[in-house]
Design a protein around this ligand. Structure first.
Ligand SMILES: C[S@@+](CC[C@H](N)C(=O)[O-])C[C@H]1O[C@@H](n2cnc3c(N)ncnc32)[C@H](O)[C@@H]1O
Length: 211
């Protein structure tokens, strides 16, 4: 007679693997690091943004006062979750991510009826707003690395951001380098710039208000 436990009582291999995987922020960090290894220039950082940076973005973009928000480059979703936490119950968020695995991770982890996720480039901003029937956004928050993208792509994104923002609309970009300011200057003028030191690495946070 077999001494093995009945089949249903034996833990499955996939359940054991799932238990061994880190969860929550730790799992996001592991996923983020894998994304950086896949495409370092596109992801631009080895770890997700810190809580301090998330809070600074929420304040600088006045997210609590926004009816429609756009996020360019949500990554594994830490910043996206912070935006959703700060948003009004009837506000809407469009998040555009270029990396297919990050996009899949976000779809599986962020379940909020206010969120519309799109797989594609920030340069498709107007197309996605139209597809989702969203009005001009009051705030756009961006973590995409303007310094490593082809200059013509950076310029196209800068022009699209300036076109879709209404008067009084905010554009907030967090970056290690300052290239984004050069790309935006012809469209939105000079930004306000602050450093966020409690982040790996420390980043500049640029804010423009249109009008
Ligand atoms: C520095 S990470 C920021 C991730 C996340 N928001 C955070 O702060 O932790 C930059 C993100 O932008 C995405 N990205 C880069 N170029 C993009 C583009 N042209 N359009 C949309 N997303 C892009 C990358 O795949 C990556 O997820």
């Amino acid at each position: 007679m077999s001494m093995n436990p009945p089949r249903a009582a034996r833990p499955s291999r996939s359940a054991a693997i799932a238990r061994a995987l880190p969860t929550g922020p730790l799992r996001d960090s592991a996923e983020f690091l894998r994304g950086f290894v896949r495409s370092p220039a596109q992801v631009g950082s080895v770890v997700p943004s810190s809580r301090r940076l998330e809070q600074r973005l929420v304040r600088s973009a006045a997210i609590a006062q926004a009816a429609t928000v756009v996020e360019l480059g949500p990554g594994t979703g830490g910043t996206t979750a912070a935006l959703l936490r700060a948003m009004q119950p009837d506000a809407r968020l469009l998040a555009i991510e270029l990396d297919a695995r990050f996009h899949r991770h976000l779809s599986g982890n962020l379940n909020d009826p206010r969120l519309s996720l799109e797989l594609g480039g920030a340069q498709q901003l107007e197309e996605f707003l139209e597809r989702r029937r969203l009005p001009p956004p009051d705030a756009i928050v961006s973590g995409i690395p303007f310094s490593t993208m082809p200059p013509e792509v950076s310029d196209r994104i800068a022009a699209a951001v300036a076109r879709v923002l209404p008067h009084g609309g905010r554009f907030v970009a967090y970056q290690v380098r300052a290239h984004v300011a050069d790309f935006m200057r012809p469209y939105l003028g000079a930004p306000r710039m602050e450093w966020e030191m409690v982040n790996v690495p420390p980043v500049r946070v640029f804010t423009w208000t249109k009008g």
